[in-house]
Each structure stands twice: as C-alpha cells, then as structure tokens.
Design a protein around this ligand. Structure first.
Ligand SMILES: *[C@@H]1O[C@H](CO)[C@@H](O)[C@H](O)[C@H]1NC(C)=O
Length: 270
C-alpha cells in the first residue's frame, strides 16, 4: 500500500500516524507518542528526511539515512523509540507499519533487487568501528541462555532489545521480514555463500533462530510502556492525554537513559 504513495505523503504518514488509534493499532499509538515528545519527534523527522532524500546518482543517501537512524535510537527516549520498533501487532496493517518504521527501502534493503550473501554485511561489519561493537553487544546480550526455558534470562530481555535496536542503522540492520509474523533478519541470505555456508547460517541464525530475541520481542507486548496505555483510551481528550504522555515520558527518559548500553552512548561512533 505504502509503495504507491509519494514520498511527501509517506513522510506525513510516518510523522503523524496514518489511522486513528481507535482500531487498536499499537504501532500508530507508538508513532503518536513519539510525535508528542519534542526530542523523539525531532530525531525521527531527521531520519525520515534523510532516508527519503535523493542521492546524486539516484537511489537514496543510505549512509546519512543510517547515521540519522543510529542517532534516533541512541539519543531518543528508549521507552518511545523501542515502542516504535517493537510495537505488538495482531494484524497485517499494524505489522506492515512496524516493518516500515525506519524507511527500510533506504536503510535496510537495496541497492540491488536481490539480497547479498550474509557474509558480505558480516565482513563489512567486522571491519567497521561503528558496527563491530554493536554486533558484539548483540551477540553477548541476545545469546539464548540454555538454562532459561523461554530463551532469555529475565533481566536479559531488555538488554537484548537495546542491543538489537543498536544494530539498526549499521551494515547488519535487521528488520521484520513480512507483515504476518514478528520474524526478523538482516537483508541477506545464505544461497551464494560457497564453502562458508555454515558461517553464513550461523550468523543469520542469530536473528532467525534465536529464542531469546523472539521471546524478548514477544514479551515487549506485556511490558508495553505504561505511558502509552493512555493512548488506547478512545474516550480520552486527545490534547490532555498527549500532554500527559509527554511529561511522563520526560520522567521515564531520565531514568532509562542511565541504563542504556555504553556502546550506544559513545558519541564518537555516531
Ligand atoms: C503485506 O505484505 C504483502 C506482501 O508484501 C502486501 O502485498 C500487502 O499489501 C501487505 N499488507 C498490508 C496490510 O500492507
């Protein structure tokens, strides 16, 4: 649906939320909560503008788009940025919107029509001072704990989601693969990986066969930030509830910023 809209309309959709939240689309709720928060809104407008921009040779300015996305997840209020990335969905309209959250046509897939072997982004990432520490953090934080029945130890979930968000805007940017599941993967496959197929599958499996990551994304539904619950109340006076959201968010943000991964806070890497 989104593909046939012009960039300006897409921009409006991303910034304002396309449908009213009365239908219970939590990705729209998350977008509205971000719009109501000055910092979240500013950082999101920046990446949307970059990612929808035109590069000199056609295509999009991918490096600038990805840099703006890294800034959004490093500096935006985590309660709001994570709600945008992990909003729980029960239907395809919500899941499609979740998949489109960070302008994947520029930040995630391309430039060619077919995905490369995962060894390509992996090799690139290992040589990149931006990507490498984030991939390591993701491996450490999201590796399933054998002793945990649902994949992650309890306190591991939040760390895993933070580390996952830290990869958005790197060479191994992951995204939802469709609009009917919550499965995620970077834009690559292991078809043409020759004698390194096992390495390739192992890397891709960090995303596609990871019980801890899957469980953490599922569990985000029950940990849906309380500040966003107000938005689900269609009776509420919208102006009033937006004000409430933004002041509660500022309080939340001060607390959760303290716990953000050090690697995400290093301004030199952004
Ligand atoms: C879900 O994805 C399919 C395949 O990409 C697409 O044809 C369909 O329009 C999408 N659904 C929604 C609600 O956007």
């Amino acid at each position: 649906m989104v593909r046939c809209l012009g960039p300006a309309l897409l921009l409006l959709l991303l910034l304002l939320g396309s449908v009213s939240s009365v239908g219970g689309n939590r990705c729209v709720d998350a977008a509205e909560a971000c719009t109501a928060d000055a910092r979240c809104q500013r950082l999101r407008s920046e990446y949307v503008a970059q990612c929808l921009g035109r590069a000199a040779q056609g295509g999009c300015p991918r490096a600038r788009c990805r840099r703006a996305l890294r800034r959004f997840f490093a500096r935006g209020p985590p309660a709001l940025t994570h709600a945008l990335l992990f909003c729980p969905c029960a239907g395809p309209a919500c899941a499609e919107r979740r998949r489109q959250t960070f302008v994947p046509s520029c930040a995630f897939s391309g430039p060619g029509p077919a995905p490369p072997s995962c060894l390509e982004p992996l090799n690139f990432c290992e040589r990149s001072r931006v990507c490498r520490p984030r991939l390591l953090a993701f491996q450490v934080s999201c590796t399933p704990a054998p002793s945990a029945p649902d994949g992650c130890l309890l306190d591991q979930r939040a760390r895993c989601l933070r580390a996952y968000a830290g990869l958005v805007g790197t060479a191994v940017t992951p995204n939802y693969v469709d609009n009917v599941s919550a499965r995620v993967a970077p834009w690559c496959d292991c078809g043409a990986s020759g004698n390194r197929r096992e390495d390739c599958e192992a890397f891709r499996g960090l995303f596609t066969r990871n019980r801890c990551l899957d469980g953490a994304i599922q569990a985000f539904a029950s940990g849906w930030p309380p500040v966003l619950l107000d938005q689900l109340n269609p009776q509420g006076d919208p102006e009033h509830s937006l004000l409430q959201v933004s002041s509660t968010c500022r309080a939340l943000e001060r607390r959760s910023l303290l716990s953000i991964l050090p690697v995400l806070a290093l301004p030199a890497l952004l």
